[in-house]
Design a protein around this ligand. Structure first.
Ligand code: NJP
Length: 228
């Protein structure tokens, strides 16, 4: 059975990806700060799909937290085949108004968190010729006013992803660039497809489809959105 790691698995896109991968028969290692949500999800997936699920507290902005998470995952499963670096936070505001703390926070999670996560699991992924899917954003090549800190953090995550790919050809790196998705990212879920939102499950289904492509096919990135 293949092993997948999902960061930011407690809610939204990460949760939907965990559900879809369990359905596909992956054993899972799930990380996020909301351990209560992870516990509930893990039980549900184990019962429903007969897979093994390890969950741990994880804060990707903390090198120590990530180190402990990776050690627990590698000890439990012996290696990983798929890493989904999904954990991320929004950050709005004009660049001349964003505080030092907020700028630091969004880069720690969205940019450095991705770099750290991949770095820690890379040796195992190389050994297993695995895949890394990084959830960046449709804005990872765009410029947007009033969201400069978030946008820059996603450009950085994209740059890390592409550089890791160049330096590690034995691992497949996929950059997932969704448009708007109905998650906690915009407060509480409940936005309609007609308002231009996809469902988190749409992102999960796309990833599952990509994972089923022949081994020699590398999809470097996917930009996708609601048709509305
Ligand atoms: O958001 P949400 P999404 N360490 O808030 C976790 C990107 N994206 O699913 O720690 C570890 O429902 C948090 O868990 P918890 C976006 O940039 C979205 O939409 O328990 N985990 C939760 O599980 C992000 O990269 C849209 O609070 C941390 C998850 O991350 C990814 O999609 C559009 C953490 C966030 O779930 C998933 O976001 C787009 C930390 N420090 C890109 N901080 C969109 N929704 O429209 C947070 O282009 N998490």
């Amino acid at each position: 059975m293949k092993v997948a790691v999902v960061t930011g698995a407690s809610k939204g896109i990460g949760r939907a990806i965990a559900e879809a991968l369990a359905r596909e028969g992956y054993n899972l290692a799930l990380g996020a700060r909301s351990v209560d949500l992870l516990e509930e999800l893990s039980k549900e997936l184990e019962e429903k799909h007969g897979v093994k699920v390890l969950y741990r507290y994880l804060d990707v902005s903390s090198p120590q937290s990530l180190k402990e998470f990776a050690e627990a995952v590698l000890e439990e499963f012996g290696g990983v085949d798929l890493l989904v670096a999904n954990a991320g936070i929004p950050m709005g505001g004009r660049l001349d108004e964003v505080s030092e703390e907020d700028m630091e926070r969004v880069f720690q999670v969205n940019a450095l968190g991705v770099w750290r996560t991949i770095k820690l699991f890379l040796p195992s992924l190389k050994e297993r010729r695995g895949t890394v899917a990084v959830v960046t954003s449709y804005i990872s090549t765009m410029i947007l006013a009033n969201a400069g800190a978030y946008v820059a953090s996603k450009w950085a995550a994209r740059a890390f992803t592409k550089t890791f790919q160049m330096e590690n050809p034995e691992v497949k790196f996929i950059e997932l660039r969704p448009g708007m998705v109905d998650t906690y990212f915009y407060g509480r879920p409940g936005r309609k497809i007609e308002e231009g939102f996809m469902k988190p499950e749409d992102v999960a289904e796309l990833l599952v489809a990509l994972l089923k492509l022949p081994k020699h096919v590398l999809v470097e990135e996917v930009l996708f959105r609601s048709i509305y």
